[in-house]
Design a binder for this molecule. Structure first.
Ligand code: AMP
Length: 553
């Protein structure tokens, strides 16, 4: 027997309709690429998204076709999220930090019809244009006064395009499984692969992101969205915020600690979201300007941090400086992205701070909708005992079933489990602790050393800004850990200091055989430490003679 409820399709356009009708005046604030902070609201975003939908139709972009963005987090990029997607056009959000050759590949592979770009990327677009055949036009996300002086075929001005259109548009009744966003993952080897999200997947993901045991979002929240709109849908924040009428605050192209500090303060942000590197910069700014700054005026309550492991020291900093709870989440482009979130359980109520930080440093428990488990090399499930280490596999309605155009072949098993490429433990409460990417784990004397755990321990040192651990070949132990650290400005940490500091924090045989102080550490386009680059750079590194390899187990 069938139920008798309405079969309303789960479409992302319903979110902007809801936000505009019920939270029209709730602000969207962002630093524009032109410079000033600009203010709009959900009502205006809807009107402009509809103008954009009309413009796309006039340009001849049809349902299912792709348009690309090369853009920062701004109100215009948000309009594209709703205007393009709502009208059935697929929004291909490109990470502008990728290599030009990768961007070219993605534009060709996606067959993008138009490229919407921020002024910051005018030179990049000029360089790409002669090489990309299928693109029909380029739309600069600015007004006439700021149009870039570049010579491009079919160069259009976004504000003029919108001004010429009506703000009346009826969102089409799409199939809820229709594609909405296309986002390529940038593996360290091979071509990027496209993850193609459906409306249904991202709408369900919004419920999970907003839920009390997710981000706990409401119309009372003001959310600084540092995580880019071009990276895994900004962790679903634009959609979740529209669902509850939360205020969104966008940093534009200004991602340095000082700018983020000012925006968080001035816009009374109580929620912030971004990768750890961003917050290292934020707290470094605070450290360097401590006597001039008043932290007492902040409203910060929670920081959503993921993309790389949030070290314990960062968890403590948010707590100490702002009384804010760092919500540690894990996910990937292929999981839309939220899969686990580090909320506490009732039994943790009485924990002291230090014990609570230990729980927060784990990558969290699965949100409803995503199932997780760890398996051995043969695919057999391993126990949830917090000790067994295995390949982390996931499945659920917002987990990918396969990449765009079948790249990479079949990526899920017969029961839909997707191998994340991460290695983890799961404890009896369901908390996932990531030990490594499978390819980064250090195999020493037949045992595994977690580079993430070592990095987190090293970064706990007061003078260390950032740390990276890679395995380097060793004649006896196969691989041994090499620690690279970037010190805070004006601070010096020696190799011996670091080994002494780590001595009571990790097993003796985990102690890095060498510690190198570096000026800078390489990052990938998504802000993660680039271990592949480091492995290449230090492939022939000789362990310092006085460093006797520690005893393996
Ligand atoms: P991306 O698809 O670029 O978002 O990258 C996803 C990958 O980032 C995951 O497979 C993990 O290796 C890593 N990652 C994401 N969140 C975390 C986290 N909280 N801790 C450690 N690594 C993470």
């Amino acid at each position: 027997m069938q139920g008798l409820m309405q079969r309303t399709p789960l479409l992302l356009s319903s979110l902007i309709t809801h936000a505009a009708r019920n939270h029209a005046g709730r602000e969207i604030v962002g630093r524009s690429v032109e410079g000033p902070v600009v203010r709009t609201n959900w009502g205006e975003v809807e009107g402009r998204a509809k103008r954009l939908a009309n413009a796309l139709a006039r340009l001849g972009v049809r349902e299912g076709e792709r348009v690309a963005t090369l853009a920062w987090n701004t109100q215009r990029h948000l309009e594209l999220y709703f205007g393009a997607i709502g009208s059935g056009v697929v929004l291909h959000t490109i990470n502008p930090r990728l290599f030009q050759a990768q961007i070219e590949y993605m534009l060709e592979h996606a067959e993008d019809q138009y490229i919407f770009f921020d002024l910051s990327f005018a030179a990049l677009v000029s360089a790409l244009a002669p090489r990309i055949k299928g693109v029909r036009g380029y739309i600069a996300l600015t007004d006439r006064a700021h149009m870039p002086a570049i010579d491009l075929p079919n160069l259009l001005c976004y504000e003029e395009l919108l001004a010429a259109e009506s703000a009346q548009f009826s969102w089409p009744d799409l199939d809820e499984n229709a594609a909405s966003i296309l986002c390529y993952t940038s593996g360290t080897t091979g071509n990027p692969k496209g993850v193609l999200y459906s409306h249904r997947a991202l709408l369900l993901h919004s419920f999970c992101a907003a839920a009390a045991d997710g981000l706990g979002l409401s119309c009372m929240d003001s959310v600084l969205t540092v995580v880019p709109l071009f990276h895994a849908n900004a962790w679903g924040l634009p959609f979740a915020a529209a669902m509850c009428g939360a205020k969104l605050v966008f940093p534009g192209a200004e991602l340095d600690g000082g700018s983020l500090f000012a925006l968080t303060r001035d816009e009374a942000c109580n929620v912030v979201a971004g990768v750890p590197t961003v917050w290292f910069g934020f707290f470094d700014y605070i450290d360097r300007n401590r006597d001039k700054l008043d932290l007492g005026v902040f409203h910060l309550d929670r920081a959503l941090v993921g993309g790389s492991a949030a070290p314990r020291s960062l968890i403590a900093r948010f707590d100490r400086d702002f009384g804010a709870f760092l919500l540690h989440a894990w996910g990937m482009t292929e999981t839309s992205p939220i899969a686990t979130i580090g909320r506490l359980l009732p039994k943790h109520a009485g924990l002291d701070r230090e014990a609570r930080y230990d729980i927060q440093a784990k990558q969290g428990r699965p949100v409803y909708g995503v199932e997780v488990r760890i398996v051995d090399d043969a695919g057999q499930e391993l126990p949830r005992d917090g000790v067994a280490v295995g390949h982390l596999v996931v499945r659920g309605p917002w987990v990918t079933a396969g990449y765009f155009r079948g790249e990479g072949g079949v990526v899920v098993d017969a029961e839909n489990w997707f191998d994340t490429g991460d290695v983890a433990t799961i404890d009896s409460d369901g908390y996932v602790t990531l030990t490594d990417r499978a390819k980064d784990i250090i195999k020493s004397g037949g045992e595994w050393i977690s580079s993430i755990a070592l990095e987190n321990a090293a970064i706990g040192h007061a003078d260390v800004l950032e740390a990276a651990v890679i395995g380097i070949p060793h004649p006896k132990w196969v691989e041994r850990p090499l620690l690279l650290i970037r010190c805070k400005e004006g601070k010096v940490v020696t190799r011996q200091d670091m080994r002494d500091f780590l001595a009571d924090k990790v097993a003796r045989w985990w102690l890095p055989d060498d510690v190198i102080i570096v000026e800078d550490l390489p990052h990938t386009a998504t802000g993660k430490l680039s271990k592949a680059t480091l492995r290449k750079l230090y492939a022939n590194h000789q362990i310092a003679p006085e460093s006797a390899p520690a005893a393996a187990p």
